[in-house]
Design a protein around this ligand. Structure first.
Ligand code: CTP
Ligand code: CA
Length: 222
């Protein structure tokens, strides 16, 4: 009963979450994308709401019901997602970048459906903007949290990523264990080292992550 009267962990904080994959069109009916169900990002949005935050959820194409209390912005491509993030970012306290953003998009996209030929096709790709890096290197960035799904060398890759993007916190997991699943294992990397969160449903992992974010955020703003 005491907990009921305690202020919630993120009461009144404005949290922005990106979730799901992005889809990069090649022609009118085809594109490339990343494997991502959006479950973890949506769970993070839900956990942030439970913690009393005001939540905006910018989502790539997924088949999930968004939490009703979140403000949902639907996007398709990485560039759409960046534009949506830019619109929100100046009023945000905490940015959690869970989206599996496609690293590349095709050049010379076709507005029509490309017809099949005997000879096959060659596509050329160019890099997409890095949304998290953009936000983390703003002059006055919000508290930024990255996600990394790795297939090998989890610890080395995750810590390298965290440093490169100058993040106070990065959550990492193994792609093969987590994609599409309702459960995950997470390792949190921050300036004090790492924390292993044992296997649990994604909503539970999201609640643990939000607790960790809240404690680091509080320390940072002390
Ligand atoms: N990210 C992003 N915009 C991109 C690529 C990644 O915002 N264009 C964010 C993801 O949402 C995630 C973090 O950056 O929070 C790490 O993404 P990841 O794909 O693991 O790292 P990359 O830097 O893209 O490196 P690589 O794919 O080569 O492992
Ligand atoms: Ca990537």
């Amino acid at each position: 009963i005491c907990a009921f009267f305690q202020p919630k962990l993120l009461q009144g904080k404005r949290v922005l979450v990106t979730a799901g994959p992005t889809y990069e069109a090649i022609d009118a009916v085809r594109g490339i994308t990343n494997l991502s169900s959006g479950k973890m990002g949506y769970a993070v949005a839900r956990a942030a709401l439970e913690a009393g935050a005001e939540v905006t959820l910018i989502s790539g194409p997924v088949c999930l019901e968004a939490p009703v209390a979140a403000r949902l912005v639907n996007v398709v491509s990485a560039r759409d997602m960046l534009a949506a993030v830019k619109k929100e970012i100046s009023r945000i306290d905490i940015f959690v970048s869970v989206a599996a953003v496609a690293d590349y998009r095709a050049i010379n996209t076709n507005k029509q459906k490309t017809k099949k030929t005997e000879s096959g096709i060659t596509l050329e790709f160019i890099p997409n903007p890095d949304i998290l890096e953009y936000v983390a290197t703003l002059p006055q960035p919000p508290f930024c949290v990255g996600f990394a799904a790795e297939t090998e060398d989890l610890e080395r890759n995750a810590e390298a990523k965290r440093r490169k993007k100058k993040l106070p916190l990065l959550a990492a997991n193994l792609a093969q264990d987590t994609i599409g699943s309702d459960e995950s294992m997470l390792t949190l990397f921050d300036n004090d080292g790492k924390n292993n969160l044992p296997k649990a449903p994604k909503i539970e992992q999201a609640r643990r992550l939000i607790k960790h974010i809240a404690s680091l955020y509080e320390k940072q703003t002390e």
